[in-house]
Design a protein around this ligand. Structure first.
Ligand SMILES: *Cc1c(COP(=O)(O)O)cnc(C)c1O
Length: 220
């Protein structure tokens, strides 16, 4: 399926105007679709699966900034540590330790976002406020990772009020992290195809948008 060029140009200019980074979520989409967006100037792409990301990294232009936005297992960090631009879904100290180790092997400092559980659904990954404070508190020990922000996913709800409240909560934690834990955070990754406008309104600095740009995905 071709990409939706009109939607891309519109969303991209909206993000630019708001100072928000647009990550085009290309999971399960072919390289030709990624290249079509690349040729329009897009450089930030998000992927959820390690094997798929490795194959795309090999095949596609090297100036693409690859964001890992899925659930990352500690034992798979080694496959992406050499090139990944930003890891969005860090939800445990164990994973942070693994990223630090692999980053060090590659002589890199890898930027990471801590994933916070904000949605009502019990199935979504992420830390609560207490875990956040613990992990942020110890993150300074890991010199090859740079915790530069937070990431969260809103509920899959038609009720804008629910999602608004969740994004407000995340924004508050983001601000609080700077004052309470003295962590200079600069990235707040929140907002997807269904809720990115609400997210930007609530102070997101980075949105992750897939289906509006690439069309619906077939199940994996
Ligand atoms: C798939 C995915 C997205 C993009 O979802 P769309 O609804 O297609 O925009 C964003 N963030 C994460 C973490 C995802 O897994």
């Amino acid at each position: 399926m071709p990409i939706n060029k009109a939607a891309y140009l519109q969303i991209k200019s909206g993000c630019d105007a708001a100072g928000v980074t647009l990550v085009a979520v290309s999971k399960l989409k072919p390289n030709e679709d990624i290249l079509a967006l690349y040729n329009l100037g897009q450089r930030d792409f998000g992927e959820n699966y390690v094997q798929e990301l490795m194959a795309k990294y090999e095949a596609l232009p090297k100036d693409i900034r690859w964001h890992f936005i899925g659930h990352l297992q500690s034992n798979k960090v080694k496959y992406i540590a050499q090139f990944v631009h930003l890891i969005h879904g860090v939800d445990s100290e164990k994973l942070l330790v693994a990223i630090n180790k692999e980053a060090k092997k590659n002589g890199r400092v890898i930027d990471c976002l801590l994933q916070i559980h904000i949605a009502q659904e019990a199935t979504k990954f992420g830390m609560d406020e207490h875990e956040l404070s613990v992990v942020i508190g110890s993150s300074g020990e890991y010199v090859n990772v740079h915790v530069c922000g937070l990431m969260g996913m809103g509920s899959f709800s038609d009720d804008d009020a629910v999602v608004t409240t969740e994004f407000k909560t995340l924004k508050e934690l983001y601000k609080k992290a700077a004052t309470t834990y003295g962590a200079p955070l600069t990235v707040l990754s929140m907002g997807m195809s269904g809720d990115y406008k609400i997210a930007i309104y609530q102070g997101s600095t980075m949105v992750r948008i897939g289906s509006l740009l690439f069309g619906a995905r077939d199940p994996k």
